[in-house]
Design a protein around this ligand. Sequence first.
Ligand SMILES: Nc1ncnc2c1ncn2[C@@H]1O[C@H](COP(=O)(O)OP(=O)(O)O)[C@@H](O)[C@H]1O
Ligand SMILES: [Mg+2]
Length: 348
Amino acid sequence: MNVYLQQLTKKFANVTAVNKLTLHLEDKKLIGLLGPSGCGKSTTLFMLAGLLEPTEGKILFDEKDVTKVETEKRGIGLVFQNYALYPHMTVMENITFPLINLKVKKEEAKKRAMEMAELVQIGDLLKRRPKELSGGQQQRVAIARALVKQPGLLLLDEPLSNLDARLRIETREEIRRIQKEVGITTVFVTHDQEEALSISDKIAVLDKGVLLQYDTPQEVYKNPANEFVAKFLGTPAIVMTEGIVTEGRLVCQGVTLRENIGMENKRVRIGIRPEAFYRKDTGFEVPVQSVEMTGKDLSVYFHLGQERMRAIFFSDERITQGENLKLGIKTDQILLFDMDSGSSLGRV
Ligand SMILES: Nc1ncnc2c1ncn2[C@@H]1O[C@H](COP(=O)(O)OP(=O)(O)O)[C@@H](O)[C@H]1O
Ligand SMILES: [Mg+2]
């Protein structure tokens, strides 16, 4: 199913939680809805679910306007952070519950529940009650329950937030697998950029209810539409600083970072991802302030003029505190942003 949000807006008393959001959620894709806490992700999801009525704008499921259609009639599956399983029911009863509600015959309901349980790999846990399951298993039950009605749209609101780090990674891969297997259009809400990058076909980045960018994970990472997106995505974070373009040269803290760039003279904001630095004999020279080993990576801190920066190398590089490092920045990996608006001016 294709889903279209058109100028979707939700105002509460004194906040505009979602502001003129226009988005096309493509058929069978997993769309990550990403942004900091309070940016309007859940509000958007609740409007898609029919749990909140938009102040303005429309929602279409394929050609059908569902803006005023009630939740039960939208054919959606919902999964929340806190599982929301029925504690007194077994896993089997939890999964069949939506079908029994729809008056599907008991045998048929059971058969479909078993299929779903197999799909999410909890087929051996059907007789247990929620409290006898781990968080990851409970979330699988919740996903099975959401899918058993064969909805046209699956909505997941921070489904991994209650899980510990390792289980979060495992479960997100599971969600990805299940989503591809079922082939269901899915919206996955998260404030965790790594999570969004790792499982989404496309990511919608929101801030203060406004859509900043909607593109593939590669694109939002490589070509962020503005400074906010650049800073929100990527760990370790992008290094932000300022500089000037003068006579075709990009100069930062007295160091010429680029020559022959086709841009008029002006002040610019500069973003450099830590992995964009590399060792270069003819590069600019900086003293290494400190070095941090994090397993596969080596974080190297240095000052460029007044600006503290971090570069990332593979941890087999030999770099020590106090030594002078000669660095270059990979071609096309310096991001420039407008001083006032923060909008992207492209890469050099
Ligand atoms: N029922 C409500 N009444 C008033 N304000 C709300 C309500 N729900 C959400 N908000 C506000 O709307 C904004 C977006 O909230 P929400 O969609 O929950 O953000 P997110 O899920 O991205 O953290 C926040 O400023 C929040 O305080
Ligand atoms: Mg939320």
